[in-house]
Design a binder for this molecule. Structure first.
Ligand SMILES: C[S@@+](CC[C@H](N)C(=O)[O-])C[C@H]1O[C@@H](n2cnc3c(N)ncnc32)[C@H](O)[C@@H]1O
Length: 373
């Protein structure tokens, strides 16, 4: 019997080492490892030679020693799973596995540290090259901006597949979190510029870090005559758009000077993107106000102003309320990818998410008419 269920078979083309680098669920890693080492019989320890144990141990060890590698806590859990499912407790004869188990003792016996960070890596296949995307996350932190979420992964996968949507566009991202989707938009979709926004200092610092570590491959993709970076980041709190900016949409009138650069990007931008920002009824109203601000501001861009959002439907009534508030502001919404279609997108980010991808929906927003007061 295979460890994989349903759609997860799409992952079999991904190498085990790439799955570990992306902190994929351990079952998927083990299945991919089995595929690469046919001497391992399914659901059986028979054939688990010391040599194969050594190969698994070395793979994990290389990533364990990598300062920009996945979480050590994750690697230890993976190792224990490999031993319990594939090797069998009393058959751990490999020196490499034993060394790793010893290294992890202190980690396994300690409380998780909220400030503990690690990196997840993904290889994005393009027509003629491969993009090595790397993102720093804080898996134990309670700031939601410091992790990756399924909607951000799904929206990024949608852009990888339909990159033409953003070609030549000036993109602004709301609630960008780790900036993963912004980096995909900037690096894979030929957007002319991407401005990622969020509101906590920790998320802004982390976004800067993530842009910086991806700058080498981003720079290679820029024409020599255009040296300036195609991606920037800045503060933007949706609440600021409740009453902080006057009706003339003049960024100079912003109460908070920190907001001015991002407000300016909202005016100049032609495409607004956001993933997993519709989850709290209390902040829907300022969010809608920010979207309205963007859609109604006059830009010099030749493109029509449009917004592309991905939402994980955790609570149907929250999503419904958002739709109603958009409608009352004269903003129409159109489904681009249904939940089923999101669940079937080509996987680029095989991480271990809480919600299934088939809970995500992707839609576009347009201004239809002047809002009703
Ligand atoms: C669930 S996370 C999604 C992060 C990222 N887009 C992703 O999909 O991985 C929600 C994001 O919205 C941001 N956010 C929440 N409330 C906000 C507000 N009032 N103003 C600006 N950003 C906000 C959070 O800081 C966080 O980055």
């Amino acid at each position: 019997m295979s460890l994989l269920a349903g759609d997860d078979h799409r992952l079999l083309a991904v190498r085990a080492v790439d799955l570990v680098s992306a902190m994929a669920p351990s079952d998927l890693v083990l299945e991919a490892f089995r595929q690469e080492h046919p001497s391992l019989k399914e659901d059986s320890c028979a054939g688990t030679t010391v040599a194969v144990q050594e190969i698994f141990g070395s793979m994990v060890n290389i990533l364990y020693e990598d300062e920009m590698g996945p979480s050590k806590r994750y690697l230890q859990r993976l190792l224990l799973k490999f031993i319990s499912v594939v090797v069998g407790e009393d058959r751990t004869e490999s020196e490499a596995l034993m060394q790793l188990l010893l290294k992890g003792l202190s980690i396994r016996n300690s409380f998780p540290d909220a400030n503990e960070c690690c990196h997840v890596s993904f290889r994005i296949q393009r027509l003629r090259h491969e993009i090595p995307l790397r993102i720093r996350i804080f898996p134990q932190h309670n700031d939601v901006a410091l992790r990756m979420w399924e909607a951000g992964a799904v929206l990024s996968e949608f852009f990888v597949q339909c990159g033409g949507l953003l070609a030549g566009r000036k993109v602004v991202e709301l609630g960008a979190g780790t900036a993963v989707t912004g980096l995909v938009a900037a690096g894979c979709c030929k957007a002319s510029h991407v401005h990622c926004t969020d509101f906590t200092q920790a998320s802004l610092d982390n976004m800067k870090h993530n842009v910086a570590i991806n700058e080498p491959w981003l720079r290679q993709k820029r024409p020599k005559e255009e040296p300036q970076s195609v991606i920037s980041s800045g503060y933007l709190e949706w609440g600021e758009f409740g009453n902080g900016i006057d009706e003339n949409l003049n960024p100079e009138a912003a109460v908070n000077p920190l907001l001015v650069p991002s407000a300016d990007h909202l005016i100049q931008g032609d495409t607004l993107i956001a993933a997993d920002v519709v989850y709290d009824k209390a902040i829907l109203s300022p969010l809608v106000r920010t979207i309205w601000y963007f859609l109604t501001a006059t830009t010099s861009s030749p493109h029509e102003k449009t917004a592309i959002f991905a939402t994980t439907i955790r609570n149907q009534s929250t999503f419904q309320l958002f739709q109603e508030q958009l409608h009352s502001q004269g903003i129409s919404s159109q489904i681009l990818l249904s939940r089923k279609e999101c669940g079937n997108l080509q996987l680029v980010f095989p991480m271990n998410f809480i919600q299934p991808r088939s809970d995500v929906v992707i839609y576009s927003l347009h201004l239809q008419r002047k809002p009703t007061k």
